[in-house]
Design a protein. Structure first.
Length: 297
């Protein structure tokens, strides 16, 4: 039971500044202590170097900071693979959601076949052509599945990090029109917030875990804190009303732990500037503990 924590303080993929501080906020909320209490050996690698937005001129408004984000992701991928080969579960702290292009590449390279459960209010399936914002954090799931800019798609070496039938996108309620078409075309499994209301998180997670486990060597869980309702998780840059509850989020993580398939875990989009006394980071810590096996009794 070993966890290796890695901070990736990228905020270049999002419009609002401040998610780069997410990793510090999550560590400050006693992450290491919480994991040690449930029996983990925890090593903290520290943060990856990320260039400062103030020093960079945007070259392309349709793919903002692409060069820098790709460079960070290319450094991330081999590091994640290495942690996994050493027997650690990587626990990655964002940063905005663009970092997943690198983490998923690394996880996929280490495992060969990986399933992805992606929690998000958004689809993160835009491309340069469909994105209304040009922000790469809205493109990272699509890029991981082979859609979009060649350089983004090729991070870590191979195009298409998982089979679409092994991917579950959960909690979505804000998808751009052309993004929706791409999502449908891709064939990934989508569970909207409406379906969670209707079927309950338990059934959705049973399906999602099956989807992500079927024929794979393990599951990568990518957790965008904006999947949770903003009344519970206010410290995010792109909040959308009507998100999942505190307990639904925990139940989902508890079921991930029970599946014994978790190989790589990340929490992204925590923005301490917009938070209320660090409660969103504290929630990320308690969710991490649940995903890694913390039990009520
Ligand atoms: N990871 C996120 N919070 N993504 C938000 C994406 C918002 C919007 N769909 C866009 O592409 O700009
Ligand atoms: Mn996201
Ligand atoms: Mn989101």
């Amino acid at each position: 039971m070993k966890v290796k924590v890695l901070g990736i303080p990228v905020d270049l993929g999002a419009n609002r500044r401040g998610v780069d501080m997410g990793c510090s906020a999550i560590r400050y909320a006693n992450l290491q202590n919480g994991l040690e209490k449930i029996g983990y050996h925890v090593e903290d690698y520290g943060n990856l170097y990320v260039p400062n937005a103030e020093k960079i001129k945007i070259k392309k408004t349709s793919l903002k900071y692409a060069e820098e984000i790709i460079e960070v992701c290319e450094r991330t991928a081999p590091l994640i693979s290495k942690f996994m080969e050493e027997g650690f579960i990587p626990l990655i702290l964002g940063g905005d959601h663009s970092i997943s292009i690198g983490t998923i590449a690394g996880c996929s390279n280490a495992l060969g076949d990986v399933g992805i459960i992606w929690f998000d209010a958004h689809g993160d399936f835009n491309t340069e052509e469909t994105s209304p914002s040009g922000n790469i954090h809205g493109m990272s799931l699509g890029a991981s599945l082979g859609y979009g800019d060649e350089m983004l798609v090729k991070v870590g070496g191979k195009k298409g990090k998982a089979r679409p039938e092994n991917v579950a996108l959960i909690g979505v309620r804000d998808i751009d029109p052309k993004e929706a078409e791409l999502i449908k075309e891709s064939g990934i499994n989508v569970f909207t917030i409406e379906q969670i209301d209707f079927m309950g998180m338990r059934e959705i997670m049973e399906l999602a875990i099956n989807i992500a486990s079927n024929g794979t060597k393990g599951i990568h869980v990518s957790f965008d804190m904006d999947v949770i309702d903003p009344s519970v998780a206010p410290g995010v840059g792109t909040p959308v009303q009507g998100g999942i509850s505190y307990r639904e989020a925990h139940l989902a993580m508890e079921m991930v732990a029970n599946s014994k398939m978790l190989k790589c875990l990340e929490f992204v989009e925590v923005n301490p500037i917009l938070d209320n006394k660090n409660r969103t980071a504290e929630l990320a810590v308690s969710l991490a503990c649940s995903a890694l096996g913390k039990k009520i009794i």
